[in-house]
Design a protein around this ligand. Structure first.
Ligand SMILES: *Cc1c(COP(=O)(O)O)cnc(C)c1O
Length: 453
């Protein structure tokens, strides 16, 4: 792109675009990164500089950018029709995708309610869970109005999904607008220094959950949880067996289990869905992000037959689920999602992720040679590297030192895009990234931390 075109775009971006989760005052002082195209694991900016996509374009990209089979799925579909509504009619790709989702999700999950963002899929799950108990018409379930979620949970940005979230940074300002939730300590082994073993952390949190349920199961509609890894909270990996323990308590105390797999689903954690690793079957499953391979906005809330059946009745009984978004079941999104899943199967991507996750784990150990690396957490191809001032005390750097911003910027200059979540560097590569590319990315991360020690 010519120099003056680049200049124009940079100016207009600052003049007209309000970026999400971004302090625009600082943004306007820096040169923006403007992406023009992508190919495989690489992004290219408008000046032709290339970068490894080490954040999978916000955790969504599966097979890489500009994948012929996915492009063709979209082109074929657009020649048929781009969009028609699911309110009062059906469409071909949304049917085929729902059938496929029912087949690949765990247990008897089989009813697919579409939406277009992860936040909406959570909002829908909460409304379904709440109304499920109301629809039973049983007096003893009438007070099930509340949800339990983890202290540092992140479930999206709409008011409902923020209400069940717990990340103070994002939530404090909206406090007066939110509905009440019951919070459960996050089993964060690295930070819960009062315990010696992950097993003790797990038991402590599960005991807390059990006493909460003993006390108020009558008021609890459901528990919502990110299975195995809390992404936005800083890639907090849960002790093994925690999810299974939560499921068992849900069954024992008759509350619904909602698994938010928006981040961990579609291979990211090393299995198609993270719940599979502990043989857990939620009542309601939320998926988004990777579902279309990173091509189109699409999300889904998938329920068991039991949940669905509670919504059946005569019109005048008002058991209907009164919810639906304009672009629900959009054909372009559904057709590319279907192709994404087929391609995952054809290329045996899950097995490849497992092999590459082990490779990444080995490579990452080198980072412990750098004193400011406190903890490296990984599940599948989700990695969090916690940066600390002091390994013993685990204290973090003062925010005004911009430590993490500087590391991320150094990585960008060396040709890798990663992001930080507070004091944690996150590495979320394109799922199909090759071992050579993964090795290169980790080498850049090492150098970028070293440069900012
Ligand atoms: C990203 C995310 C969401 C929100 O999805 P959006 O598409 O950004 O609305 C919800 N839950 C989890 C666990 C996420 O990682």
């Amino acid at each position: 792109m010519k120099h003056d075109e680049v200049q124009n775009l940079e100016n207009w971006d600052k003049e007209y675009v309000w970026h999400p989760f971004t302090q625009m005052k600082m943004y306007q002082q820096n040169k923006p990164l403007i992406i023009e195209r992508g190919q495989g694991s690489y992004l290219y900016d408008i000046e032709g500089k290339k970068y490894l996509d080490g954040y999978a374009s916000l955790w969504v990209n599966v097979h890489g950018h500009n994948v012929p089979a996915l492009n063709e799925a979209l082109i074929d579909q657009v020649h048929q029709i781009a969009h028609s509504t699911l309110l009062g009619s059906a469409n071909v790709p949304s049917i085929l995708l729902a059938k496929k989702l029912a087949e690949i999700t765990p247990g008897n999950l089989r009813k697919v309610f579409y939406s277009d963002t992860g936040s909406a899929s959570v909002e829908i799950a909460l409304k379904i869970a709440y109304q499920y108990w109301q629809n039973t018409n049983l007096e003893k379930y009438k007070n099930k109005h509340t949800f339990i979620s983890l202290d540092e949970a992140y479930h999206g940005d709409t008011i409902g999904s923020v209400s069940v979230g717990g990340m103070d940074l994002y939530h404090r300002i909206f406090e007066p607008l939110l509905f009440k939730r019951v919070s459960l300590p996050t089993p964060h082994t690295y930070r819960m220094t009062e315990f010696d073993h992950a097993e003790d952390v797990k038991n402590f949190c599960l005991q807390r959950l059990e006493s909460l349920l003993q006390e108020k199961a009558d008021e609890i509609a459901g528990i919502i949880i990110e299975p195995l890894v809390q992404g936005a909270a800083g890639i907090i990996t849960h002790p093994s067996g925690f999810l299974k323990g939560v499921e068992n308590l849900c069954r024992k105390y008759n509350v619904l289990l909602i698994c938010d797999e928006v981040a961990v689903g579609f291979g990211r954690s090393g299995t198609m869905f993270a719940c599979e690793q502990e043989e857990v079957v939620p009542d309601i499953l939320c998926v988004g992000k990777g579902i279309t391979g990173g091509y189109m906005p699409l999300a889904a809330t998938i329920t068991s037959q039991k949940i669905f059946d509670a919504f059946l009745g005569e019109k005048e009984e008002h058991k209907t689920f009164y919810h639906g978004h304009t672009y629900t079941g959009n054909q372009l999104s559904c057709s590319v999602a279907l192709k994404n899943i087929q391609l995952m199967e054809e290329t045996a991507l899950i097995e490849k992720v497992q092999v590459n996750a082990a490779f990444v784990n080995e490579q990452l150990q080198n980072l412990y040679m750098l004193d400011i690396v406190g903890d490296i957490r990984q599940r599948g191809l989700m990695v969090g590297i916690e940066i600390v001032q002091d390994r013993e005390t685990k204290t973090t750097f003062p925010i005004q030192e911009n430590k993490l911003d500087n590391i991320v910027l150094a990585a960008r200059q060396k040709g890798l895009i990663i992001r930080q979540l507070d004091q944690v560097l996150t590495f979320m590569p394109v799922l199909a990234m090759s071992q050579n590319e993964l090795e290169e990315a980790i080498r850049i991360i090492y150098q970028s931390i070293l440069k900012n020690m």
